[in-house]
Design a protein around this ligand. Structure first.
Ligand code: PEP
Length: 250
């Protein structure tokens, strides 16, 4: 079902004690609302974070996982390991995973399938680079990322997929897509989903925007018809900013 969501991707930030402190601050500040709130601390702090948030409406999610069930993959984490510590949702396909760790559409298709097969929900990230937009290839690129990684999945899988459109040129750069650019792409994504599946399914999928969302621009971006919330990087590391962004998703 389409929901309002604000998810914080903490990336490789916050030690165990800092994670605890930020969660304490978030628990004090965030009021329960109809917005789903997710935070993604780093792997080593996930278990403690799950336990610390058990009595709150904050969901702790993972930043990544490996596609294999288990085996000789040094340094990796499986879906079953995440489930076992109480994690229910995983981010797949973040642009930093694509750019720095060689994650291709084919690998992301495998990861998504493995996550869903293990009962995890997926926040699937995708988006164009600046050169794609400058050469007006951004719609084509986004459509191909979705098709290659997700469109062989059955309709039923989409109950457990949240999309996060994140133009790479807007991530961590301070440069945000304008609310109009975000809306234009989100509407295109829904049309693309409707063509691959059907309109009812397309209307039910939550589509988040990510890329330099801050308290100052969140309300205007979230106010657009096809934007259901945000995936937040830098501003998720500060309780006041993150709380303001969650509150902006009315
Ligand atoms: C992100 O990394 O997903 C992201 C959106 O980062 P930032 O908000 O810092 O641009």
């Amino acid at each position: 079902m389409r929901k309002k969501i604000v998810a914080g991707n903490w990336k490789m930030n916050k030690t165990a004690s800092e994670t605890k402190g930020l969660i304490d601050a978030l628990k004090n500040q965030l009021n329960p609302s109809d917005v789903e709130v997710m935070i993604a601390p780093t792997f080593v702090n996930l278990h403690a974070a799950v336990q610390q948030t058990n009595d709150s409406h904050i969901e702790v999610i993972a930043q990544n996982m490996h596609q294999a069930e288990s085996g000789a993959y040094t340094g990796e984490i499986s879906a079953a390991m995440l489930k076992d510590i109480g994690v229910e949702t995983v981010i797949i396909g973040h642009s930093e995973r694509r750019a720095y760790f060689g994650e291709t559409d084919a690998i992301l298709a495998e990861k998504t399938k493995a996550a869903l097969d293990n009962g995890l929900r997926v926040v699937f990230c995708f988006g164009e680079e600046l050169a794609d937009r400058q050469s007006e290839k951004h719609f084509e690129l986004v459509a191909s990322q979705l098709k290659n990684a997700l469109f062989t999945l059955p309709s039923s899988a989409w109950n457990n997929i949240v999309l996060a459109y994140e133009p790479v040129w807007a991530i961590g750069t301070g440069e945000t897509a304008s609310p109009e650019q975000a809306q234009e792409m989100h509407a295109f994504i829904r049309t693309t989903l409707a063509a691959a599946y059907d309109d009812a399914l397309a209307q039910e999928v939550s589509i988040l925007y990510g890329g330099s969302v801050k308290p100052a621009n969140a309300e205007e971006i979230f106010g657009k018809a096809d934007v259901d919330g945000g995936l937040i990087g830098g501003a998720a590391l500060n309780a006041d900013d993150f709380n303001a962004i969650v509150t902006a998703n009315k």
